[in-house]
Structures are given as C-alpha cells and as structure tokens.
Design a protein around this ligand. Structure first.
Ligand code: SAH
Length: 260
C-alpha cells in the first residue's frame, strides 16, 4: 500500500473537500485526493466518477451519488449544495468527489461559492481534467511545439443546454489552433457547422475520445467536415472529449495506451 507519510493537510471535521477524481484511471488521483478519501466520513460523488475510485473511500464512510450526467437524471444543483452545507454543519468531514477537475466545467465553483456564502470551510483538490489527461491517454498532447502554442477549452453545452453563445465563436475559432470541447457530442453537428462557418477547414483532423482513461476508452479519428456523421454512425455516447487541430495527427505515433 501507499506510504502517505508525507505531510498532507488534515481533514478537519465540519469541512468540505471538493476533490477532482481525474478522468477515470484511479492511478491519476492525487495523493491529497486519496488521503481525503481515506479520511472522509461522507462522500458525495457525481455520475462521472469511476467505481474503482469510489471503492477507495474509507470503509465505513457513507457514499452518496448526487450528480448530473448529460442532462439525463437531475438532482438540482441547489439540493447538492444544500446537502454539503447541512452535513458540514453537523460536523461531518464531507468529500465532494467530481470527475476530472472540480473547477473545469464541473460546477465546482457554484458549490464552492455556496460553501463560502454559508461560512463552511472548504478545500479544493484539483484533478486531472479529461480535456488534458484524457487526451493524453489517447496519445494526443494538447500542445506541441510544432503544432500549437495556444489551446482553447470550450463547452459544447451552455447553462441552457444549447451551444454556448456568450463568446465570439468566429474569433475563438480563428484564434485557437487547437480546440478541446467538453460535452460536445449532443450538438456535434451544430458545433462542427459553427466552426466551419467561422473558417475552419473541413479536412482538419478531429478526434473523439470516449470514456478516456477507463477500460472502455474508444477513440474515433475523423475530419471536421465528417465528424458528426462518423460519430452518429459509430453510435458513440458521452462522456467524450472532442479535439480539433494539428495535435490529433500526432496520435499515429503517440498512441501508447492499451486499455486492459
Ligand atoms: N470536471 C470535468 C468535466 C465535467 S463536464 C473534467 O475536468 O474533466 C463533463 C464532460 O467532461 C463530459 O461530457 C466529457 O466531455 C468530459 N469527460 C469527463 N470525463 C471524461 C472521460 N473519462 N472521457 C471523456 N470525456 C470525459
């Protein structure tokens, strides 16, 4: 077992840890995340967290599922934050476990703001986000010196469930040589059309990485002009990250990981 004798922060009673679980592989948890899981009284996990990670919780800890997935089932966000506050006020060590990084398209900020407003002490334990670590498991670096010195992370699903429209798509599409989309499958046809309308080339390489860093990882390589049809034909389902740009072409040499 791990020697966790390094000096890690104590998990104080009545506090909430917002912990990133990474994209899937339990080996991608941080030491602090594992330490938190070993000491929490109550773990509230969202739908994207791998069962092998939840199984690392301290025996005797209460594990409760509360989360969202692609708008299917829905525990209202206000119920989740109310639960965190309620438990912390009872003196419970609460670990809120979220897929990837809690502060990347994950509603972590809303939960942290609610805790701050309620005066509950909290800690954020960053995790490896799907749009970086998940792509690495598919052999795709988000930057490489020869292809791009900038990258944009974009959600394909705004707060109202539609393609987000509060930023300037044309500028972003012109300015970001590599774009990584979270929650991009639902509106992939519109997303691709939007990028083409903004001047991205139809032959630009795209990869769709489903269930990255899990035993079920699948990767579809395509082109911007055909990706929506290819994803539909392959019947791919979320969670998936979609990446557009020259880095995708590195995968033919960097595809190192064989899911077991
Ligand atoms: N906080 C998370 C993102 C939550 S939003 C993070 O930092 O990774 C949910 C979206 O994340 C999914 O729709 C998908 O786009 C992406 N995602 C999360 N885990 C994933 C995985 N294992 N494989 C592929 N995409 C994943």
């Amino acid at each position: 077992m791990f020697d966790l004798s390094v000096d890690l922060a104590p998990f104080e009673a009545g506090t909430v840890w917002l912990v990133g679980a990474g994209p899937g592989d339990p080996g991608l948890l941080s030491l602090l995340a594992l330490h938190g899981l070993r000491h929490a009284d109550h773990v509230i996990c969202d739908a994207l967290v791998d069962a092998r990670i939840i199984a690392l919780a301290r025996p005797g800890a209460v594990v409760e599922a509360m989360g969202k997935r692609g708008g299917l089932e829905s525990v209202p966000q206000s119920d989740i934050t109310a639960r965190l506050v309620e438990l912390a006020r009872q003196g419970v060590r609460v670990l809120r476990l979220k897929g990837g990084d809690p502060f990347v398209f994950g509603r972590g900020p809303e939960e942290a703001l609610a805790l701050a407003a309620a005066g509950i002490p909290f800690r954020v334990v960053p995790g490896i986000t799907a749009g970086i670590g998940g792509l690495a498991y598919a052999g795709i670096p988000v930057t490489s010196r020869d292809t791009n010195s900038a990258v944009a992370f974009v959600t394909g699903h705004g707060a109202d469930g539609e393609l987000p429209d509060e930023f300037d798509w044309d500028s972003l599409a012109r300015g970001a040589p590599v774009m990584v989309f979270y929650m991009g499958l639902k509106h992939l046809d519109r997303l691709a059309a939007r990028l083409l309308a903004a001047g991205r080339r139809p032959d630009e390489p795209v990869a769709v990485v489903c269930r990255a860093a899990t035993p079920d990882q699948t990767v579809l390589e395509s082109r911007l002009g055909s990706v929506a049809a290819d994803v539909a034909a392959a019947g791919l389902k979320p969670p998936a990250v979609v990446v557009l740009g020259g880095v995708v072409a590195l995968r033919d040499r960097l595809d190192w990981w064989i899911p077991s």
